[in-house]
Design a protein around this ligand. Structure first.
Ligand code: F42
Length: 142
């Protein structure tokens, strides 16, 4: 089995450890809003990677937003998901096996972006902060 390599970013690593270590009963929010943990595979190392993201629900699916605070570059996990679509999503105490697809269609993007901003309003500020198009994925039941 592939080994797990935790993220080098301490505050995110701490949140993931608390979230997973508590079985999804602690560390499940950021700024009072719910967070999910996405377990995926590194596209270069093949290692298991874990990323905390805001919880944006879309009728049983999840919308994953590669905002990274409006930074100029995409977060690295975006390249992992483009290479390996099979993920596991922990939403508090529930764990789901899912497949992701990147949203390409403009109408679908507008629809799920509205859901994302509703769930986490700072996404709109992050969009305005960067010239890149923020990657958006939908994770659906595998
Ligand atoms: N980030 C978001 O983009 N959107 C969110 O909604 C969001 C919410 C959120 C909530 C709570 C929280 O604690 C963090 C939150 N974050 C959110 C931050 C998010 O968890 C990530 O930290 C952030 O998006 C940056 O992702 P990243 O994948 O760029 O992470 C970097 C710091 C990282 O872990 N880098 C690793 C490293 O070792 O430098 C590399 C990890 C990796 O996947 N490597 C690949 C491999 O093969 O293993 C190679 C990938 C390649 O192509 O180079």
């Amino acid at each position: 089995m592939a080994r797990y390599i935790p993220t080098p970013v301490k505050w995110v690593r701490d949140q993931i450890e608390l979230y997973e270590g508590s079985g999804g009963t602690q560390g499940t929010e950021l700024g009072g809003r719910p967070v999910i943990i996405v377990t995926h595979q590194g596209n270069k190392t093949g290692a298991i990677r874990k990323t905390a993201l805001m919880r944006v629900e879309d009728s049983g699916s999840y919308v994953l937003v590669g905002s990274m605070g409006g930074a100029p570059k995409n977060p690295v996990w975006v390249y992992n998901l483009r290479a390996h679509a099979d993920v596991e999503i922990r939403d508090k105490t529930e764990v789901h096996r899912m497949r992701v697809r990147e949203v390409q269609d403009a109408d679908e993007r507008a629809r799920v972006w509205a859901l994302a901003v509703d769930a986490f309003p700072p996404y709109e500020d992050y969009k305005n902060k960067t010239t890149r198009t923020i990657p958006v994925f939908i994770a659906e039941s595998a």
